[in-house]
Design a protein around this ligand. Structure first.
Ligand SMILES: [Ca+2]
Length: 263
């Protein structure tokens, strides 16, 4: 108990940014800096909003590492003094959690809403890129992963709405691991409704399952899409990685007792 407390204090002292070298008795989880990046572009205007790691809530405990940021209010995304778009709301929760049975999970949860700029005289659409942090951790040798997400929008200008995916491969949502390998891409169809004050939306997959991905040491998620001028869009997602049952748990906990307790 005493040793674990000391290690935990060492993590806090390192501000959660630098891994404590070569002590594999405790899992070390870190998040990239900046923690969140939101980009918006419309016509000739490009804006970006970044959340530095120093401004988020970080909790390091033996059983968990939590990284949390929530937009305190609507945030304008600016190009100089021009408002390109608005980040209406956003919450990004990530980290390491230990379930009651001792299983360790790494996860990134995202929840956000945006409104496209009105586009000026040409009423141009706005393209958004929302990047989660990269969450880094001690390698899980036999990892499994799961993604679930929703994506949609609503017309705010009484002339219908169009949501066009614009991420890698033409998808609106992508979950990545190990620095760039795609785990899952979701939402590759344009969502549109020509009617005023209409809403469009989709979710997927309907029944997410854990799939084996081999060794994993980092995860990230991103949304990329284009919204018709002045309209709203939003989404939610969960991306989780856990050891395959009966395999990685021993490595994660560094002891065989936990394995014997598994039913
Ligand atoms: Ca519209």
């Amino acid at each position: 108990m005493r040793t674990r407390k000391l290690v935990s204090w060492a993590l806090v002292a390192a501000a959660g940014a630098v891994a404590v070298a070569a002590d594999h008795s405790v899992a070390v989880t870190t998040a990239s800096d900046p923690y969140v990046v939101v980009q918006a572009s419309s016509g000739a205007f490009n804006g970006s909003y970044s959340v530095p790691l120093s401004s988020i809530t970080i909790i390091n405990e033996p059983d968990m590492d939590i990284f949390f940021w929530q937009a305190p209010s609507a945030v304008p995304i600016l190009d100089g003094s021009t408002v390109v778009a608005t980040l209406v709301s956003m919450t990004v929760l990530s980290g390491r959690n230990t379930l009651p049975d001792g299983e360790v999970r790494y996860f990134i949860d995202i929840d956000y809403g945006v409104v496209a700029g009105n586009g000026g005289p040409g009423a141009l659409p706005t393209t958004f890129n929302l990047f989660s942090p990269t969450l880094m951790f001690d390698t899980v040798l036999n990892a499994t992963a799961l993604t679930s997400a929703t994506f949609g929008g609503s017309d705010q200008t009484s002339n219908g709405i169009t949501l066009t995916p614009s991420g890698p491969g033409g998808f609106a949502y992508t979950s990545l691991y190990n620095g760039g390998t795609t785990y899952q891409s979701l939402f590759n169809g344009t969502l549109a409704d020509p009617n005023g004050n209409s809403s469009v939306g989709t979710g997927g997959p309907a029944n997410p399952v854990w799939n084996p991905i081999g060794p994993a040491s980092s995860i990230q998620a991103l949304f990329s899409f284009t919204v018709s001028a002045g309209d709203a869009a939003g989404g939610t997602s969960t991306f989780a990685v856990a050891p395959a049952p009966g395999a990685g748990v021993l490595l994660a906990l560094g002891g065989i007792l936990a394995g014997r307790r598994r039913r």
